[in-house]
Design a protein around this ligand. Structure first.
Ligand code: DGY
Length: 331
């Protein structure tokens, strides 16, 4: 029997690629862009493993096209909302992720957005670039708000939320959180965080930062009702998934000054269409999904994705498994 075939949907770093090439017959879509669904359907025929990214939807059509050899879908991401987990589990296909590898990098970027929003860093930069800085130091130029002493609301205190809380302590912020489950008192004390209800979080945060993973239950969790409850001076930050916020309601909220602004790294539709109203608003900072985008983090993520795939095909436990119901067949 020849080597097992695997499909990699996009260019990944060469170390991960070399690792996989040692063991498998690699079909690589050697492009920076995602393949279309039709291309994927052709390429996955008879593969044992798919290494994908969050931009490719892996549904029952793709699993059908791969056929019964398919044992593992390893995503080069921590989010897995682009994969039909129920369908994969039903078929005995393992789904693996990059787990907590990106938490620190994403928390750093979240803080970057928080600092940039409250201290008008982007506006200040553009002011100089646009040749508008004519008078030297000016008493009331671009006055922002203190970060120290302000309240950070964290929605979802998992790995990334925790990394954000640690940074917020260094900035002397008051930290509140809301989660599906309240954490133990000892963790709360260690992180210096207070559990509040969802509505209390909305009403009291100066910065509300979203770190819950996206699932069927939190589609448009932040909508007009929620935005109206927030402080008029508050900022909303999202480095999780775009679909958690109803973007049209957010646009309305910023235009009508229900909140002061937003820092967004993720959107309902990516790439963000150029005609999207968000591009016309002054009080927003928009980034092209850069949460995990550091050399070190992306390198480690692709290495982990390669190891996960190889472990499953060697019947070993991967580093991060989503459908844990299947774990008993691994050593
Ligand atoms: C993820 O991995 O889920 C991030 O959104 C992108 O790196």
């Amino acid at each position: 029997m020849g080597r097992k075939k695997i499909f990699i949907t996009r260019k990944i770093n060469s170390i991960a690629l070399e690792l996989l090439k040692k063991y498998y017959d690699v079909i690589l879509n050697n492009k920076t862009d995602s393949p279309s669904k039709n291309v994927m359907i052709k390429k996955v025929k008879n593969v044992y493993g798919i290494l994908c990214t969050l931009s490719e939807k892996i549904d029952s059509d793709i699993m059908d096209a791969a056929g019964s050899n398919l044992k593992v879908i390893s995503t080069l991401s921590t989010g897995y909302d682009h994969i039909d987990i129920c369908e994969a589990t039903k078929r005995g296909i393992y789904v693996t992720t990059t787990g907590n590898i990106l938490s620190e990098a994403t928390a750093d970027l979240t803080f970057g957005l928080l600092l940039a929003l409250s201290r008008k860093i982007v506006q200040g930069h553009l002011y100089i670039i646009d040749g508008k800085w004519k008078k030297g130091w000016t008493p009331n130029l671009f006055l922002g708000n203190n970060i120290h002493g302000s309240t950070l609301g964290i929605l979802g205190l998992g790995n990334i939320g925790t990394a954000v809380a640690k940074r917020a302590n260094g900035f002397n912020m008051n930290i509140m959180y809301n989660n599906r489950h309240q954490l133990s008192k000892s963790i709360e004390n260690k992180l210096n965080v207070t559990f509040v209800t969802f509505d209390q979080l909305l009403e009291n945060s100066d910065f509300l930062s979203i770190h819950t993973s996206f699932n069927n239950d939190n589609f448009h969790l932040i909508d007009s009702r929620e935005l109206k409850k927030m402080k008029k001076t508050s900022f909303l930050i999202n480095t999780s998934r775009g679909n958690i916020i109803n973007e049209s309601s957010l646009i309305k909220a910023i235009k009508n000054k229900w909140i002061a602004g937003a820092g967004l790294d993720v959107f309902e539709k990516e790439p963000l269409p150029i005609q999207n109203e968000l591009l016309k608003l002054k009080n927003v900072i928009l980034l092209p999904h850069l949460g995990s985008a550091t050399v070190q983090t992306r390198y480690r993520m692709s290495e982990v994705a390669a190891i996960n795939l190889h472990n499953i095909l060697s019947k070993k436990k991967p580093l991060f498994l989503v459908n844990k119901a299947l774990v008993q067949n691994l050593s």
